[in-house]
Design a protein around this ligand. Structure first.
Ligand SMILES: Nc1ncnc2c1ncn2[C@@H]1O[C@H](COP(=O)(O)OP(=O)(O)O)[C@@H](O)[C@H]1O
Ligand SMILES: [Mg+2]
Length: 363
């Protein structure tokens, strides 16, 4: 597929000590919906502002449709951006807000009306075109901002935490609507969030950032089932993965991972990359839904329930395993009580293994 945006080795240094982005390489394909995900301060906004031209790069190049736009003015880039605080003009009607850029482009009035009405319909504000922003709810104002950005048919559509100011219920609705709009328009998009569940539900590919660098790029399944590091496995998922420090013992074909709670035998064929870890400690990651309640005879270890958190569709059960809180997901209909002893095992094809020093994935 054709590449729309290409970031090569870009970096942003704000001052001697502060790097907004240390190093970033990314290719966004035509029609792709990319989500930048990471904790506060990891460089998401800085990245977006460099792409939009609102921030100069310290190093590196930005190509849009194969053309170098690194030093181009924002308005000449063909990029639209929507921010967390909607930033629509308070003294203009919704119609005029959406039509503004089209008027600047001297597009005929009739066409402007058609395009504004089409776009308003797409984001469901067709009834509000004559109102002023002050007469709209926060959610409606954000829809106006989206419409204003989409109406110009940008080569690239940037959204920086556009749903963060909305209440929890509306966020989840808007997430679905935005994805539907993307499927309809095919506008190549980069969407920023610090909310992993938002990222998982919307992205074609997720770019996970930490401390001004990319730590993994992949589909939602990639980052969930093949997390590149302890950081990623511990950031993605509700609740996120659990971790155990284990000692790795390799004897011919047999590999055993041991700690004070269990002796786990795993097959050499599936974990070929473990050869170098004989006698060393590694980190075992397991997701909450991959811990199973089993018969006593099949148990890897047993533990008492510390807390039960009902979620309606399922329950989250917390255990205290050697002073670590371990969370598991159990079907809603399983009858459980505080202090029950559970016999537990791991789903063997769902183990995540990480190097103790680098915290990077081994298998
Ligand atoms: N204008 C600025 N001047 C100095 N430092 C900044 C500026 N903007 C952001 N930073 C710093 O750059 C880093 C990345 O910030 P930002 O890109 O806003 O992160 P995010 O959007 O992921 O929360 C942070 O350490 C932040 O404090
Ligand atoms: Mg930000």
């Amino acid at each position: 597929m054709a590449v729309t945006l290409e970031l090569s080795n870009i970096a942003k240094r704000y001052s001697k000590k502060v790097w907004g982005v240390k190093k970033m390489d990314l290719q966004v394909k035509n029609k792709e919906f990319i989500v930048l995900l990471g904790p506060s301060g990891c460089g998401k906004t800085t990245t977006m502002r460099m792409v939009a031209g609102l921030e100069e790069v310290t190093r590196g190049t930005i190509l849009l449709d194969g053309k170098d736009i690194t030093d181009k003015a924002p308005r000449d880039r063909g990029i639209s951006m929507v921010f967390q605080n909607y930033a629509i003009w308070p003294h203009m009607t919704v119609f005029d807000n959406i039509a503004f850029s089209l008027k600047l482009q001297k597009i005929p009035k009739k066409e402007i009306r058609l395009r504004v009405e089409d776009t308003a319909q797409m984001v469901k504000i067709q009834e509000l075109l004559e109102r002023l922003p002050g007469q709209l709810s926060g959610g409606q104002q954000q829809r106006v901002a989206l419409a204003r950005a989409l109406v110009v048919k940008p080569k690239l559509f940037l959204m920086d935490e556009p749903l963060s100011n909305l209440d929890a219920k509306l966020r989840v609705i808007m997430r679905t609507e935005l994805k539907a709009i993307h499927l309809k328009t095919g506008a190549t998009s980069i969407f920023v969030t610090h909310d992993q569940s938002e990222a998982m539900s919307m992205a074609d590919r997720i770019v996970i950032m930490k401390d001004g660098e990319i730590v993994q790029i992949g589909t939602p399944d990639d980052v969930y089932f093949r997390s590149a590091s302890v950081f990623v496995a511990g950031f993605i998922g509700t609740p996120p993965a659990n971790f155990f420090n284990v000692h790795c013992h390799i004897d011919g074909k047999d590999i055993t991972l041991t700690n004070e709670n269990f002796n786990l035998s795993i097959s050499r064929e599936r974990f070929e990359n473990l050869a170098d870890y004989e006698g060393k400690n590694i980190i075992l990651g397991i997701r909450p839904e991959d811990i199973e309640i089993v018969e006593e005879s099949e148990a890897l270890f047993s533990n008492e329930i510390m807390v039960i958190e009902p979620q309606g569709s399922h329950q989250v059960v917390a255990l205290n395993v050697s002073d670590n809180i371990v969370k598991m997901i159990v079907p809603a209909e399983t009858k459980l009580q505080y202090n029950d002893t559970l016999f537990l095992n791991f789903k063997m094809n769902r183990l995540h293994l990480f190097d103790s020093d680098t915290e990077l994935r081994i298998n």
